[in-house]
Structures are given as structure tokens and as C-alpha cells.
Design a binder for this molecule. Structure first.
Ligand code: PLP
Length: 287
């Protein structure tokens, strides 16, 4: 069934949605995005995603297409119009089109940003079979640009990393720079040693995950120990557990890293507990 999508003020069937060939998102990857999950027809951590969007826009001197209240309303309308119970809302803002190709940014007074949103229906998102099995990951070099804290649509390398993982018979890739894991191809990476959860500290080297922030807060509230520091693939292979976090997969246990099985090869207790706490608490706070 065709979706109703949102493009620059209009709710229209996906087949009718168009963006200019001169749009800078298309020509230059000059755009930012957010993905917000939907559980029970409600938005998970909308506030976190809206704040990060504002930050991404500000870092790139890109005008905001509308207020965050208007954005919330668009999200809600799309969830309702498409009857989404479990799934995702994808949002993208680009610097728009001034009708030609140029490296120089167009004048924001005359060129409005492009705003596109669409839903992805994913029944069973929370009760995912993948989370019960756990993910196998490979490591690949992190050759992305150095502003990974900005959530841009430049996703070619993460996409290639994911393909390398698939070719190796695995589910995902962890990116490694200067000997240390930065993050997953589309998630933040963690290891667990004893009762301690270890994850890289925030910097421009990684995306400041909205799920990461929520999970670390909930872990601290549950008296779990958290250490924010770099770790290597070798250390991860020796860890008791590993997992990733993202808005679309929540807390995802990792059971294999570059061919080394973690523990008994099944999802770890702490990862599963965190997934449960996260889903419970975020459902309660959903809007
Ligand atoms: N790191 C990268 C590179 C990502 O692409 C993502 C999500 O898309 C994340 C981390 C997780 O961020 P969030 O929890 O906000 O989805």
C-alpha cells in the first residue's frame, strides 16, 4: 500500500512526491537527517532527536525549515495517516535548490531548505528475532570524515561497511580508527566486562546517539557501572558481552566480533536487561 509522505508542507502519496534534481541533498549530500522510532503509535525520545537536529543544522549553517513543535505535529500526522503502530519516521532536511549546481551555499533568504519525512512500517520492531539471536560483526577501517557528530546524509561508506559485513556472512561492521573502535556502521558500540559497561566517550569522532544517552542514563539509574573510554577490537573479543544502540534497533546484543565468539555465543545478560529497561521506560515516556 502506498504511503502518505510529507514534502515541503504537503502530505501526498509517495508516488507523487518529488524533489528538484538541483537539490543540494542530491548533488552534494548537503543534508541532515533523523530517525525516530514509533512504539504503540507513539514517538520514542522525539525531544532528543529534535534537539540533535537543531544542533546538526546549526553546525552546518543550514536554516531550520520549521519549529520543532511543527515538526512534532508532522511526525504525529504521518504516524496517524499511515496507521503506524511499530516502525520509524525518517526526516531529512537539505539546503534546498536554487536551480543550479554550485559549491557556494545558496542565499538562505531566497533558497528555502527542503524538508522530507516518511514512515517505515515495522511490525515486531520491539520483539525482534535479531535481538534474541545477537549480531555478528566484523571490523573495518573508519575512513569517514571528521565531523561524525553531525548527522549528515553522507552514508556511502557506512553503507559499504554494511555490505562488507554481509559479504563476510555477518550482520554489521564496527569501525576502527587509530587502533580503537569508533562506533558501528549505524549505531554506537559497547563492551561489557564484569558489571562494567564500556563505550567510547563523546567527541566529533562519533555520532552522539540519542539511544546512547538514554541507555547510559538508565544504566546509571539501575546502579550499573559505566566507563566512557576507547577500546580495541582485541579487548572487545575478550569481553563478556558486547552490544550496540540505535533508535531503529534499540539495544542490540553482539555475539561475535571478527570471528571470535563472545561468552557462549548468545546475547549477554546485561545487554538484554538494558534492552528491556530501555523499551519499558521509553514506552512510558513516548509522545
Ligand atoms: N552512530 C551512527 C554512525 C549512526 O548512524 C547512528 C544512527 O543512525 C547511531 C550512532 C545511533 O544514534 P541514535 O541512537 O541516535 O539512533
Amino acid at each position: 500500500m502506498s504511503r502518505i509522505v510529507y514534502v515541503n508542507g504537503d502530505y501526498i502519496p509517495e508516488e507523487e512526491a518529488t524533489v528538484s534534481i538541483f537539490d543540494r541533498g542530491f548533488l552534494m549530500a548537503d543534508g541532515v537527517y533523523e530517525v525516530t522510532s514509533v512504539l504503540g503509535g507513539k514517538l520514542i525520545d522525539f525531544d532528543g532527536h529534535a534537539k540533535r537536529l537543531e544542533r546538526s543544522l546549526a553546525e552546518l549553517d543550514m536554516p531550520s525549515p520549521c519549529t520543532m513543535d511543527e515538526l512534532l505535529e508532522i511526525h504525529r500526522q504521518l504516524v496517524e495517516k499511515n496507521g503506524i503502530d511499530e516502525g520509524l519516521v525518517y526526516l531529512q532536511v537539505t539546503r534546498g535548490s536554487d536551480g543550479d549546481r554550485d559549491f557556494v551555499f545558496p542565499d538562505p533568504a531566497t533558497t528555502k531548505p527542503t524538508l522530507v519525512l516518511f514512515t517505515q512500517n515495522k511490525p515486531g520492531l520491539a520483539d525482534s528475532p535479531a535481538a534474541k539471536k545477537g549480531a555478528k560483526v566484523i571490523s573495518v577501517p573508519d575512513i569517514r570524515w571528521h565531523r561524525r557528530d553531525i548527522k549528515t546524509v553522507q552514508l556511502l561508506y557506512p553503507s559499504m561497511a554494511k555490505m562488507m559485513a554481509k559479504k563476510a556472512g555477518c550482520d554489521d561492521a564496527w569501525l576502527v580508527e587509530d587502533g580503537f573502535v569508533t562506533e558501528g556502521s549505524s549505531n554506537n558500540a559497547y563492551i561489557v566486562k564484569g558489571n562494567k559497561i564500556i563505550t567510547r566517550e563523546l567527541s566529533n569522532d562519533i555520532l552522539h546517539g540519542i539511544t546512547r544517552a538514554a541507555v547510559l542514563k538508565l544504566a546509571a539509574e539501575a546502579q550499573m557501572e559505566v566507563e566512557e573510554r576507547n577500546f580495541t577490537i582485541a579487548e572487545a573479543q575478550e569481553a563478556d558481552e558486547a552490544f550496540t544502540t540505535s533508535a531503529s534497533a534499540f539495544v542490540m546484543p553482539v555475539v561475535e566480533i571478527d570471528g571470535a565468539t563472545l561468552g557462549d555465543g548468545t546475547p549477554g545478560k546485561i545487554a538484554l536487561r538494558l534492552r528491556e529497561i530501555y523499551l519499558d521506560e521509553m514506552r512510558k515516556a513516548a509522545v
